[in-house]
Design a protein around this ligand. Structure first.
Ligand code: UDP
Length: 411
């Protein structure tokens, strides 16, 4: 499929948004950005860069994207860093830190950092700044990790590198640590034209549901998430069972798992045990899943639930809101930024709350429809890729004039 252009997004977000981007970009002609991350495919960051890099180029900003190189040793270390930053307990020996630095230094030798703005994504290439302290350009660290409870040892090691940057970007104020540099908030964003989110033919949706044996005889309540304790799939089943005493519905759990993830096997066993042989609970496991099928499951759902107990942002929430689904979400992490209780969905704090939410939304379809409509608008305003483009343009302008309180733009 041909990559979408700004013209294609105009159809989705309206001409004003695209015009605003063009005006902002006109103040930044010939400026350049380099994005650096650790993988070209897989994961939300790579997915977002694939979309955003060509669009920024189309706006006249010269954007390049470099991927740092490493082997299993390096990526095992950075995976441990990632988990530890998200709060997992771990203990790192000194040689682990030295190995991490050696890989960063080698990558630094191979990348040219001549652009006006360097955006380093996540912890893997974070230490590149170490060899670029006497620079003329601006460096920003974009953190996509939930940093609300970082492991102190790994944070003690990484923080001095972060503070060598000109600024840092976090996905939520809840995750932003105390730092002596400027901090900005960028929400993650979804691409309305991707296979995961684009409009689908009703016939295709029916076919997918039929293919996986999900009858459409009553309301479908769906959670789409990795089988992970923090996503609380067991709590979802408990809430569904409580609600079903009062309202007729089906539950669909959809998840994918990495082939080598022992954790997800354990939680799947618990999920299956909780579901028992209930014919109204459908548990699907993909490895990996297909984007258009996920899209179809979301569109076929009468209610989408994301009952997380801890959460970075939960792209699944934006994806479902965009599709005008009534949402029930755990009041954690980035979910309350997307679900405003009683306006764009329902926030819950317990199994009982989730069960009440299911009953409420099934019994009050007009209210559910209004929430869904408001939710769609909220995603349109805040969580689409066009908003990310605007944030990058504003970042360039802001860093140009970091000392000024107000930036005047002539139109
Ligand atoms: N997802 C998927 N297949 C699945 C489960 C999830 O494609 O079986 C997608 C989901 O649509 C979303 C992403 O994986 O785009 C998960 O992102 P999110 O921020 O919700 O959670 P994370 O897994 O990053 O904690």
């Amino acid at each position: 499929m041909k990559a979408p252009t700004l013209f294609d997004y105009k159809e989705v977000v309206g001409p004003d948004i695209i015009e605003e981007l063009t005006i902002l970009a006109s103040h930044l002609a010939n400026r350049s950005i380099k994005m650096v991350n650790s993988t070209a495919v897989g994961g939300g960051v790579a997915e977002m860069l694939h979309c955003i890099v060509p669009l920024l180029n189309e706006l006249g900003i010269q954007v390049t994207w470099d991927v740092i190189q490493g082997d299993q040793t390096f990526f095992d270390i950075t995976k441990r860093f990632h988990n530890a930053l998200q709060g997992q307990e771990d203990y790192f020996k000194e040689d682990v830190f030295n190995t991490y630095l050696a890989y960063n230094e080698k990558n630094n030798d191979e990348i040219d950092f001549g652009e006006d703005l360097i955006v380093i994504h996540d912890p893997q290439p974070l230490a590149l700044i170490n060899w670029n302290q006497r620079r003329k350009n601006k460096w920003v660290w974009r953190c996509h990790v939930d940093m609300s409870h970082p492991n102190p040892q790994v944070w003690r090691f990484l923080k001095p590198f972060v503070e060598k940057y000109d600024a840092a970007i976090f996905s939520s104020p809840l995750f932003s640590p105390e730092l002596n540099i400027a901090q900005y908030r960028f929400y993650p964003a979804i691409d309305p034209l991707s296979d995961k989110n684009r409009d689908l033919d009703a016939v295709y949706i029916d076919r997918v549901l039929m293919q996986y044996g999900i009858p459409r005889d009553r309301p479908i309540v769906t959670q789409i998430s990795r089988y992970d304790p923090w996503k609380d799939p067991v709590g979802v089943i408990q809430a569904f069972k409580m609600a079903r005493k009062y309202v007729d519905c089906r539950l669909l759990l959809v998840g994918d798992k990495a082939a080598d993830d022992p954790e997800s096997e354990k939680i799947l066993e618990k999920v299956r045990a909780e579901a028992g042989d209930d014919p109204d609970i459908h548990i699907l496991l993909f490895s990996p899943s297909i984007a258009t099928e996920i899209n179809a499951f979301q569109r076929a759902s009468d209610i989408v639930i994301q009952k997380s107990l801890r959460e970075g942002f939960a792209l699944t929430v934006s994806e479902a809101l965009w599709k005008r689904r009534p949402l029930i979400g755990g009041a954690v992490g980035g979910i309350p930024a997307q679900i405003i209780h009683g306006h764009t969905g329902l926030l819950v704090h317990s199994v009982e709350g989730a069960s009440l939410g299911i009953r409420w939304l099934i019994n009050q379809p007009d209210f559910a429809k209004q929430l869904a409509e408001n939710g769609h608008q909220r995603v349109k305003d805040e969580f689409l890729i066009t908003k990310s483009l605007k944030r990058y343009l504003l970042l360039l302008l802001t860093l140009d004039k970091q000392k000024e309180q107000t930036i005047f733009l002539s139109y």
